[in-house]
Design a protein around this ligand. Structure first.
Ligand code: ADP
Ligand code: MG
Length: 264
């Protein structure tokens, strides 16, 4: 008696009754080779026309599957990052912000700092492209197949408080440590409660030398105490965050304001 259930297609027993096309697609799906499923007939036809041998036929399919898989991985990374918008450095005009160290940004876009689990802090007044730069570095990280999470400081604190109330703070903290690049945008716009500040501090503290963190803020470091409330906490936080860190100085004219002026 066969130990197979009726849905499994075992080559030796069924190859004679099931058309090979159906069997082939079944196995390719099981092996998670969607590009093979989609392309094999077309590529076979092309290879037959061009008198291309079996090995090259297989090689061509493998290459297509590989390219497609990389593309799917990047798309998945981008989706999981929860970027509010997808922006790259290709649309960033460095000449609009002379204070920004362009070579440093380009180096950061190579993502080696992420593997080294360092941090990056972009500081500057409103509208100078901090969020744009953070999004672009996040996108570059996704393209290098790093896991990325984009959030604002206010949203993250809100989420941490909610998780604490629902007794799933440990789980959230674990998820936050695991992600390879955590981007915390807009630190400084909203001051935190004492509990909120402690919870956020714990995120930085746990991620220290465990994962890369990118923070953007409209406040210079000496004003961070006004956001975190406590001088002791701010000191401890800056100590961790500024160790192995890349500082992007982004003070200048607001790009929004400038482009409005240009339009007028
Ligand atoms: P910030 O986060 O510093 O307040 P944003 O990154 O949100 O500033 O920038 C405001 C708007 O201007 C965004 O639409 C952004 O894409 C655009 N922008 C800012 N700086 C530049 C730049 N140097 N080149 C191209 N677009 C820019
Ligand atoms: Mg911003």
């Amino acid at each position: 008696m066969s130990t197979l259930d009726s849905t499994s297609l075992e080559p030796t027993s069924l190859a004679t009754t099931v058309p090979p096309q159906v069997l082939l697609n079944h196995h390719l799906k099981k092996l998670r080779l969607p590009t093979f499923v989609r392309e094999h007939e077309k590529v076979a036809f092309e290879c037959a026309q061009g008198e291309i041998d079996y090995q090259r036929y297989l090689l061509r399919l493998c290459e297509l599957e590989h390219i497609d898989r990389e593309r799917r991985n990047i798309e998945r990374r981008i989706k999981q990052a929860h970027f509010p918008q997808v922006k790259g450095l290709d649309t960033f005009d460095f000449s609009a912000i002379p204070s920004l160290n362009k070579p440093m940004v380009l180096e950061l876009a190579r993502c080696e700092w992420i593997a080294r689990k360092e941090s990056c802090i972009a500081l500057g007044n409103a509208g100078t492209g901090k969020t744009h730069t953070a999004l672009a570095l996040g996108l570059a990280a996704c393209q290098k197949n790093h896991s990325v999470m984009f959030t604002t400081a206010a949203a993250l604190v809100h989420e941490l408080m909610e998780a604490r109330d629902e007794r799933r703070l440990r789980l959230l903290q674990k998820q936050l440590v695991r992600v390879e690049l955590l981007i915390i945008d807009e630190l400084g716009y909203v001051p935190f409660t004492a509990v909120g500040a402690e919870l956020l501090f714990e995120v930085f503290s746990r991620r220290y030398e465990q994962g890369a963190t990118l923070v953007t803020s409209n406040l210079p470091f000496d004003e961070w105490t006004s956001v975190f409330g406590s001088e002791r906490l701010t000191g401890a936080l800056l100590d961790r965050l500024t160790h192995h860190s890349h500082i992007l100085e982004m003070n200048g004219e607001s790009y929004r304001l400038e482009s409005r002026k240009r339009k007028k």
